[in-house]
Ligand binder design. Structure first.
Ligand SMILES: [Zn+2]
Length: 202
């Protein structure tokens, strides 16, 4: 199948041309690249979601993850406080310096909390963005969708890659995230790494 506007080869299942953004009709129209004609009354081109929309989505998702995380880790944090009181290991209850045996349970619980929050973030983003929603709650609320370069739904594996590539986007002073504000297809660095787009449903 070829794009009716620019003649580029369009892959099966694509919802828009990855070269020019021209929407592809749902019913496959087979046309040769020689029959390229100017499109007069085209549907709106794919609209990429810009930095600020995505920023608001991140905040909504942050709140959701914070609430879910608090509910999941509540028993662990409770156990930590209880153990602390039983051992008399904290501040005013304390008697003498803490020994490694006092500290170890706390280190282990904190390690588990970090692990749980990592797994939670991974599953939240990867499961929802590879689902039929193609969006987290924040993106859904704002009408945004994650797609591959041809506008198709992404797999769980690709969504996982995109999620973990955010670590790289964050490591360079979050410039990887800010790139969504000025790259051609408004891709953040993790979108480029995973071959993804974030689009606005029109
Ligand atoms: Zn095209």
């Amino acid at each position: 199948m070829f794009c009716s506007k620019c003649g580029a080869n369009v892959q099966n299942g694509a919802t828009f041309c990855s070269a020019c953004g021209q929407p592809v009709p749902a019913v496959g129209v087979v046309s040769a690249p020689t029959s390229v004609t100017p499109v007069i009354a085209a549907r709106p081109r794919v609209e990429y979601a810009g930095f600020w929309l995505r920023f608001v989505a991140v905040i909504i998702d942050g709140i959701v993850l914070w609430i879910v995380g608090a509910v999941i880790t509540f028993p662990l944090v409770g156990a930590m406080g209880l153990r602390g009181m039983m051992r008399g290991g904290f501040g005013t209850y304390g008697s003498g310096p803490a020994t490694p045996a006092d500290v170890l349970p706390f280190v282990s619980i904190i390690f588990r909390l970090i692990l749980i929050s990592l797994v939670l973030r991974w599953l939240y983003y990867a499961l929802l963005e590879s689902s039929s929603w193609q969006a987290t709650l924040g993106k859904k609320a704002l009408g945004l969708e994650v797609t591959d370069m041809e506008g198709r739904r992404i797999s769980f594996g690709r969504a996982t890659g995109r999620t973990f590539a955010k670590i790289i986007s964050a490591m360079i002073l979050y410039i990887g995230f800010m790139m969504a504000g000025f790259t051609e297809k408004k891709q953040a660095l993790h979108d480029m790494i995973a071959g993804c787009l974030v689009i606005r449903k029109t």
